[in-house]
Design a protein around this ligand. Sequence first.
Ligand code: TYD
Length: 227
Amino acid sequence: MRTEPDWKRLAGKFIVFDGLDGCGKTTQLDLLESRIKAGGVPVVRMREPGSTRVGEHIRELLLSSKGDDLTMRTEMLLYMASRAQLVQESLLPALAGGNCVLSDRYTSSTLAYQGAAGGLPEDEILAVARVATQNTDPDLTIILDLPVEKAAARMAVKKPGKNVAQPGLFHDRIEQRRLEYHAAVRQGFLDQVARFPARYIKISAEGVRQAIEKKIAGGVAEFFNLL
Ligand code: TYD
C-alpha cells in the first residue's frame, strides 16, 4: 500500500470546488493545488465568473449589477456566457494538454444560486449549460458545506462591509432575507450531492484548516482511487 496518493493520475482531470461564500474554497484550493503539483502534475487554476479577458468583463458587470434590474434569466445567461468563453479558451486546451484543472465554482453554482435560490428551473439551467460547456462536466465536484450563519460570520470577518447588511431600520428584515437566500443556496448544493453521488462529494468546512485539508486530500484520493 502506498503512503502518498499517486497524484500523477489526476493529469487530464477536472475538479471543481463549490459552496457558500465564506466556506474557505480559495484557501483549500491553494492547499490541494500545492499537493498535486508536488506530486508531479501540472495544475491549471480557474475561478468563475472570470479567468478570461471576456469573462472578467462579464464578472464586473455581474458583481456590479447586484440589486439592479438584471432579470434572473439574464444573470444566469451571463454566468453561462463567461463559462462558455472559459471552456473554449482555457478548460478544453488545459485538459487536452494533460493538466489537472481546479476550478473555483462552475455549473454547480448556477444550479444553487440562480436555480435553487433564484427560482429558475433546473432543466433550463442544464440545457443552457450543455451548450455553454460543450457537455464538459467536472470529473468531481467537491461541495464545502457550512451552516449559513458560520459562512456569514466568516465573510463578515474576511470582507468587512461586502456582505453585511447596512445597520438601520430594516436591518433585521434584510439580514433575515439574506440568511434565507443563502440557506436556499446551501440546500441547492446539498441536493446536488444527494442527486449525483457518483460525481459529487460533500466535505464539512467546519473545523480547523489542516483537518479540512486532510479530508479533502483523502476524499480526492479515494474518489480517483489513487492509493
Ligand atoms: P466572488 O466574489 O468570486 O465570490 P467567492 O469568492 O465566494 O467565489 O463572487 C462570485 C459570486 O457569484 C458568488 O456570490 C456566487 C455567484 N455566482 C452565481 O450566482 N452563479 C454562478 O453561476 C457563479 C459561477 C457564481
